[in-house]
Design a protein around this ligand. Structure first.
Ligand code: BV8
Ligand code: ZN
Length: 237
């Protein structure tokens, strides 16, 4: 991690766990009570837009009451210290941005953005809406009075090509850290593999090993908020 080192980070829900935002697959995770396919897909939305919006509205309320935690803070410090620092997040909560990290690559979009479900011509492709709680549900497009949808990437939907391209470029780095993700969702989980192939030192920070283990050079077991603070103490020491 010497000065000038090209660092790329991929984060998942584990980085927001210390901000009391539920993860998806861990104990108490969001997917414990619902099946992903029953909420985070276009088909689920088409079938019951109100139910899907009730879930996102509830998550927006939880996130609005949450604060970034030391894991976000250390990554913000590093984003300012290392030129060419790249942060790709699978999280849609906006906590990296709120903690001051610039140019966050939002691989799965943002829960704070909405889009017109009809993609009507007069509406912008997406826009920010921080209203909490949203009411009535489902929210309506102000341009065509059709349905609004959350500005996130659902299962079976493609990643924004520009975002994918920027993220793959970020995989060409000296150190790639995958932090707080179960490495189950693709194509996000392919980034660490691409980094390894290009000669990066790969580091995983997680409370348990993940399916990325076979391409990980250094596994740091423990909570990201503690381990990142510990690394920063050693770097600044
Ligand atoms: C795509 C929506 C091309 C936003 C999410 C069959 C049919 C169709 C598709 C597929 C298929 N098989 C595979 C696929 C591809 C599919 C996929 O990967 N499925 C998996 C589940 C098998 N992917 C897609 O569909 C993607 N698109 O492929 O497009 C395409 C197009 C058409 C047809 C086919 C392909 C789109 C993927 C995006 C899906 N959207 N969410 C939202 O509502 O949030 S994914 C969802 O999981 C979240 O967004 C989250 O970002 C993502 C990953 O979860 P994690 O962040 O890793 O969280 P998780 O809870 O799982 O893990 C937390 C980790 O933290 C754990 O490891 C835990 O140990 C650790 N932890 C906990 N506390 C701490 C900690 N670590 C450190 N410190 C702590 N304190
Ligand atoms: Zn519209």
């Amino acid at each position: 991690m010497r000065q000038g080192c090209r660092i790329t980070i991929l984060t998942g829900a584990g980085v927001s766990a210390a901000s009391s935002i539920p993860t998806f697959r861990g104990p108490g995770g969001l997917w414990r009570t619902h099946r992903p396919e029953s909420l985070a897909t276009a088909a689920a939305f088409k079938d019951d837009p109100k139910l899907v919006w009730e879930w996102y509205n509830w998550r927006r309320e939880v996130i609005a009451g949450a604060q970034p935690n030391p894991a976000h803070a250390v990554l913000t410090l590093w984003s300012r210290r290392y030129p060419g620092f790249t942060l790709v997040t699978q999280n849609v909560d906006g906590l990296h941005e709120r903690s001051g990290t610039a140019n966050v690559i939002r691989f799965h979009g943002s829960i704070w953005e909405v889009r017109c479900w009809n993609r009507c011509a007069s509406a912008p492709p997406r826009w920010l809406d921080h209203t909490v709680p949203l009411s009535p549900l489902p929210p309506r497009c102000p341009y065509c009075s059709g349905l609004l949808r959350p500005g996130v990437v659902w299962f079976g939907e493609s990643i924004d090509p520009e975002v994918l391209q920027q993220s793959l470029k970020g995989a060409d780095c000296d150190v790639f850290m995958t932090i707080g993700t179960s490495s189950l969702v693709y194509p996000a989980a392919s980034l660490v593999r691409s980094a390894k192939k290009q000669g990066a030192l790969t580091v995983e920070i997680n409370v348990e090993p993940t399916p990325a283990a076979d391409v990980i050079d250094l596994f740091l077991e423990g909570p990201a908020e503690q381990i990142l603070a510990d690394i920063e103490r050693r770097l600044a020491g």
